[in-house]
Write a protein that binds this ligand. Structure first.
Ligand SMILES: [Zn+2]
Ligand SMILES: [Zn+2]
Length: 353
């Protein structure tokens, strides 16, 4: 009997994930077959499962309109072992332990050709548009998306593919300035803590962490923040200005109107603001701020293959400490997703078949 493949799929939005059992596929062309050893359950999976993003003010962005079709096996944070390769899968090593780059583009357009597949307009991300990691096996369309993990723990490395590369790519947008200037990090949740660890690994000067939650501020302080500031204080911007002498580098991991307004109010001459969070809302900015300060505001969305490779190399070199994860059996995929939705999860949950 051929090997069987088990996966937990979204067959209907807002309904429990369903177990499907199939024969394990044989990789064709440049494809490789990865036996999953860890698949992260990400907060964005909840939106996929629900079928929409909440834009605030009662507005919703439907995922069906973005071309997402059911049934879908979610899971874009995938680590595993290459167990088979198609005839044209160059460089695929059977038995290699890898993390999979999930933010796939069409592979043919100018954006993909310059290496920014994550920004391709015809994206086919794993676990979003094509079947992902809530599964025993995954077909990866090209061997080049498999990054060797060396001796790293697969379950701990899996989140590098999403929260890891997202914060890494955002911090890289500040360039070498992070070595001399502190980064003001707005949001001390999972991404915030990841950004602090990353900043250290990148040789950054340090982080000034802003959050409205005192528990998260204490956590950030204990984790080595240069200072922490209550983002809900009436004089929060003044406090940031006093601490930094005008914040030059600001990373907004929340992405709400209130946090972006706070970032703008804390800016000095030449400030760069990078927005990653997707909380939502709208801001009004006086246009002269752009040339006069001058002010730069840019967004950052996940990261590209080169960045994930660089990040995994940092971890393999022992420069980036991986964050402990909460392991759960694959068969608890639905329960794990529901506890994340209900806010009952601390840290990252990784499904282990
Ligand atoms: Zn994610
Ligand atoms: Zn493309």
């Amino acid at each position: 009997m051929a090997d069987t493949h088990r996966c937990y799929c979204v067959t209907k939005h807002n309904a429990p994930l369903e177990l499907a059992t199939r024969e394990v596929a044989t990789p064709k062309g440049r494809e490789v077959l990865v036996k999953v050893t860890g698949a992260g359950v990400c907060h964005s999976d909840i939106h996929l499962w629900e079928g929409h993003y909440d834009l605030g003010g009662g507005k919703k962005l439907s995922l069906k309109d973005r071309g997402i079709k059911l049934p879908l096996t979610m899971g874009h944070e995938i680590a595993g072992e290459i167990i088979a390769a198609g005839p044209d899968a160059k460089g695929a090593k059977i038995g290699a332990k890898v993390v999979v780059y999930p933010w796939l583009g069409c592979g043919e357009c100018p954006t993909c050709n310059r290496g920014d597949e994550n920004l391709c307009l015809k994206g086919r991300s794993l676990g979003v548009f094509i079947d992902g990691g809530y599964s025993t096996h995954v077909i990866v369309p090209d061997a080049k998306y498999c990054i060797d993990l060396g001796k790293l723990d697969a379950a701990e490395a899996a989140p590098l593919a999403c929260s890891g590369v997202t914060t890494f790519s955002a911090l890289k947008k500040f360039g070498a300035k992070i070595k001399d200037e502190p980064v003001v990090i707005i949001g001390a949740g999972g991404l915030g803590r990841m950004a602090m660890t990353m900043l250290k690994a990148m040789g950054g000067k340090g982080a000034i962490v802003v959050d409205i939650d005192p528990v998260k501020r204490d956590g950030a302080k204990a984790a080595g923040a240069l200072s922490v500031i209550d983002g809900g204080a009436a004089d929060a911007a003044q406090q940031i200005l006093t601490t930094t002498g005008g914040a030059l580098l600001i990373l907004d991991l929340v992405g709400a109107a209130s946090t972006l307004n706070l970032a703008i109010a804390s800016a000095t001459r030449g400030t760069e603001i990078v927005v990653v969070g997707l909380f939502g809302g709208e801001v009004t900015i006086p246009v002269p701020f752009f040339p006069l300060r001058p002010l730069a505001i840019r967004g950052s969305y996940v990261g590209n293959l080169a960045e994930l490779t660089e990040l995994v190399d940092l971890a393999k070199a022992g420069k980036l400490e991986l964050i402990p994860v909460n392991r759960r059996p694959l068969d608890e995929a639905n329960a794990a997703l529901m506890s994340l939705r209900d806010g009952k999860v601390n840290g990252r949950v990784v499904l282990v078949p």
